[in-house]
Design a protein around this ligand. Structure first.
Ligand code: B12
Ligand code: SF4
Ligand code: SF4
Length: 389
């Protein structure tokens, strides 16, 4: 196919709001063996879907038959945020989740790009992907020349930095392939590895999700085991530490997609407010945001653990209320937090429930008094609780 079509496709992608666009060949991704090693080592924690669709990641033709080219796009999101602790009763939300859900805006733009291509090449087939199909996105992004994979495993571009989200358009049209970026530009730097609060890197380029705050606060369902319940720092959803410290983000631009701009209520949310909100109204407020992935139960769990770790006495009344929450994860986390805060009022509330039947939660309370691990309410062994890599 002509340089001309590829050039115009790239121009259209930029017009649609993408900051980076490149073309990768539709081949087996070179990082696939590493991905399998990652799975075998158990580093995907409880993300069963990574195993289920592992084979499909071996080649993009499993996602779109007769695919000829992989158009990779990137978009910078949000605004630079203050990496220091918000303190008080406030928590932090990862920058990517402070605006509207990026999946939707990415997907709509990719669909528009596909429609444009189909106008140019009638009969062309394609599939837009924004985390909606199994594809090693960072591997294809570096193949498409969009950046290199840093020691923190993020796709980094010299100009755009790493606060970018990635999307793909698989097409059966032959486009002009870009020069891949297989060599990195991390040099001797190890800032991300040193700064990670939970030592989640088993080494450069190797993230163990069993130790990652982002995994526990977003992906994990149910109670968080003690080792990590106590180590969420300020993170109520996601974690940006290994990007905040990266020198390549110092001069990176801010996002230009308005829907990804931070909404004030999600930047440093008041965690007592989260715990106090009417459940239905809170659920409604999560619609259309990336935070909805954790659901109300996950977010309230995270909020309770952060406040408990801080010993926030102001949170005691609302945590006592949450001991009667309909959700067992919320109850267990509130019990853990109260035991951790340990004021007379908190202990009395827990004692009052110890051994009571009916709709109270004796197991949660025992777990809290045991002082160690909230019960695994999903009946699934909490990944990482007994393993260290
Ligand atoms: C599962 C997942 C997670 C997991 C695991 C993350 C991980 N590093 O594997 C968890 C929940 C922890 C997570 C967290 C985050 N995620 Co995430 N996640 C994914 C997902 C769905 C799959 C990633 C995957 O396949 N992991 C398996 C590992 C083995 O693959 P990999 O990280 O790509 O590793 C490759 C390289 O490291 C390389 N490699 C391995 N060893 C070596 C050694 C050398 C020398 C070299 C050169 C390369 C190399 O080979 C691997 C295979 O390609 C992707 C979307 C997608 N479909 O790709 C988003 C994705 C990677 N996540 C994304 C984001 C934004 C995040 C967070 C920043 C969110 C947050 N703020 O909390 C954090 C960042 C944490 C981090 N440092 O990675 C973006 C990343 C964008 C970017 N610029 O890189 C993606 C691409 C989603 C998107 N569509 O934009 N995520
Ligand atoms: S996202 Fe946070 S916890 Fe996870 S590897 Fe990066 S710094 Fe560590
Ligand atoms: S902090 Fe340093 S080592 Fe880590 S990704 Fe950035 S440049 Fe690479």
């Amino acid at each position: 196919m002509t340089d001309d079509l590829t050039g115009r496709l790239k121009a259209e992608a930029r017009r649609l709001g993408f900051d980076g666009v490149g073309i990768a060949p539709a081949v087996a991704p070179p990082g696939y063996p590493r991905f399998l090693e990652w799975l075998d080592a158990g580093r995907s924690a409880g993300m069963g879907y990574m195993h289920q669709h592992a084979e499909a990641r071996a080649n993009p033709d499993r996602v779109l038959e007769s695919v000829r080219s992989v158009v990779m796009v990137s978009a910078v999101y949000g605004r630079r945020t203050d990496p220091t602790s918000p303190g008080g009763t406030r928590g932090k939300v990862a920058r990517y989740a402070q605006g509207s859900d990026y999946h939707e805006s990415l997907w709509k733009r990719l669909e528009s790009l596909l429609a444009w291509l189909q106008d140019e090449c009638p009969g062309a087939r394609g599939r837009a992907i924004a985390d909606t199909a199994p594809l090693l996105e960072r591997d294809f992004a570096r193949l498409a020349g969009l950046g290199w994979i840093g020691k923190n495993t993020m796709l980094i571009d010299r100009k755009l930095g790493s606060f970018t989200v990635l999307g793909a358009l698989l097409v059966d049209v032959e486009l002009v392939i870009d020069e891949p970026q297989m060599a990195g530009h991390c040099g001797t730097c190890t800032r991300c590895l040193d700064a990670c609060p939970t030592d989640a890197f088993a080494g450069p380029y190797q993230l163990d999700a069993r130790r990652c705050i982002s995994y526990w606060t977003i992906e994990h369902k149910g109670a968080i085991p003690e080792e990590f319940a106590d180590r969420l720092e300020d993170w109520a959803f996601g974690c940006d530490v290994c990007q905040d410290v990266c020198p390549w983000n110092r001069k990176a631009p801010e996002g230009r997609q308005p829907e990804l701009d931070p909404r004030p209520e999600w930047v440093n949310p008041d965690l007592i407010d989260w715990l106090s909100r009417d459940p239905d109204e809170f659920r409604k407020s999560l619609k259309g945001t990336a935070l909805s992935r954790s659901k109300r139960a996950g977010l309230l769990r995270n909020a309770a653990l952060i406040l408990g770790r801080r010993g926030s006495t102001e949170a005691v009344p609302v945590l006592i209320d949450r001991l009667d929450d309909a959700d067992p994860t919320v109850r267990a986390s509130a019990a853990w937090a109260l035991a951790r805060i340990g004021t007379a009022e908190a202990i009395l509330a827990l004692e009052g429930r110890r051994g009571r039947g009916g709709d109270v939660v004796p197991d949660d309370v025992e777990g809290a008094f045991g002082g160690v691990q909230p019960p695994d309410v999903d009946g699934e062994t909490p990944a990482g609780s007994d393993r260290r890599v």
